[in-house]
Design a binder for this molecule. Structure first.
Ligand SMILES: [Zn+2]
Length: 361
């Protein structure tokens, strides 16, 4: 007993040698990256992607590959068959989410057909269903009106997901930068994306429902489905201010958010207010999933995506786990790494994804 008390005292004293809120025993080191089991809960693997999988295995990542009703991606049947093959070949290492399709949306049989398709995908092993920003931003009725996510024609599908406990992964709207002129955008990646995809650059399309209208429709849909298990990807398109994300999470207790392609917005906020960002991640540690949004295009070997993942995964780990000053080419200011405790890191990097998608277990 005496020995145990002494070692406990020694540990406390050792911890006190470090800064008040960063006891080293509670924090991961850079070298822990390769041994800690992690999940990237937001990638898009549209080919066999062998080098990407090899990198993921090396870095101890499991992957959720998400199908999307996106014209730049292969047809949904092909996306799903590629995902299913990967899942069969690497069970638990690769899980997949199917996607809602708006082809044939004007048919009165659309919702019944989608429900059947979704149930078949779940039967094959899909862990959830993605609904994309084409609803709200590009799908239109013959009279020209944009179809929003709370449309009564979509409701039966969402009712079905809610009843069956199937996760809906929702990408509505875009980063707020999408509604700003290029010189007002906060990060370089958004400038590049909207230059390359002018059809989604809403600053140039005032006829499309606003950012606010997109999110209001999403929130009305969630309010009407209080039991829906919802993975609100890309920080719920509220990436510019963690306090906005906090309000969203408070309002919808069944919703989680992922960090995919929005880590840079946390870094941007950490340039001026790192405590606000780390307090947010600590307070909502049970409801945030790590993800990157890295994609392997159809027909690609996966080599380039593997290199991108290797770098992104390490940089993100450094930002979230270490302390000190970091730099990015995304914006001019330097920013503070967050030095989050191990318990929080384990939840964001693995446990929350396992809770939401127990197929990973
Ligand atoms: Zn994505």
């Amino acid at each position: 007993m005496v020995g145990r008390s002494l070692s406990a005292i020694t540990l406390v004293l050792l911890c006190l040698q470090y800064a008040a809120n960063s006891c080293a025993a509670d924090r991961y080191r850079a070298s822990d990256f390769e041994r800690v089991e992690k999940i990237d809960a937001h990638v898009h693997l549209n080919s066999a992607a062998h080098p990407f999988i090899v990198q993921a295995i090396h870095d101890h990542f499991s992957l959720l590959t998400i199908n999307v009703d996106y014209p730049d991606f292969p047809q949904l049947e092909l996306q799903q068959s590629v995902a299913l093959e990967l899942h069969k070949r690497y069970p638990r290492r690769v899980e997949f989410a199917a996607a809602l399709s708006v082809a044939d949306f004007q048919s009165p049989a659309w919702s019944d057909g989608e429900i059947r398709r979704i149930d078949a995908a779940i039967e094959q092993g899909a862990v959830g269903v993605k609904i994309w920003k084409n609803i709200g931003m590009s799908l239109r009725d013959p009279d020209g009106r944009y179809v929003m996510i709370d449309d009564p024609r979509i409701k039966p599908v969402i009712d079905h997901l809610e009843e069956r406990g199937i996760v809906l992964l929702g990408h509505q709207a875009e980063p707020l930068n999408c509604w700003l002129p290029f010189d007002k955008m906060t990060v370089k990646g958004d400038r590049a994306y909207f230059r390359e995809h002018p059809q989604y650059y809403m600053y140039r399309h005032p006829e499309v429902p606003s950012h606010e209208a997109q999110l209001a429709a999403r929130d009305r849909m969630l309010a009407a489905h209080p039991a829906l298990r919802f993975d609100s990807v890309h920080l719920a398109s509220l990436e510019w201010d963690v306090e906005e994300v906090a309000r969203f999470l408070d309002r919808f207790p069944k919703a989680n958010v992922d960090l995919a392609a929005r880590m840079v917005h946390l870094q941007y906020q950490a340039a001026t207010n790192p405590d606000k960002v780390s307090s947010f991640l600590i307070r909502y540690q049970d409801r945030i999933l790590y993800g990157t949004d890295i994609a392997v295009a159809s027909g690609q070997s996966g080599e380039a995506a593997a290199n991108e993942a290797r770098d992104t995964w390490r940089t993100d780990w450094q930002f979230l786990t270490s302390s000190g000053i970091m730099h990015t080419d995304e914006f001019a200011a330097s920013f503070h790494a967050l030095g989050l405790p191990k318990t929080v890191i384990d939840k964001i990097y693995r446990i929350n994804a396992e809770t939401m998608y127990p197929q990973f277990l």
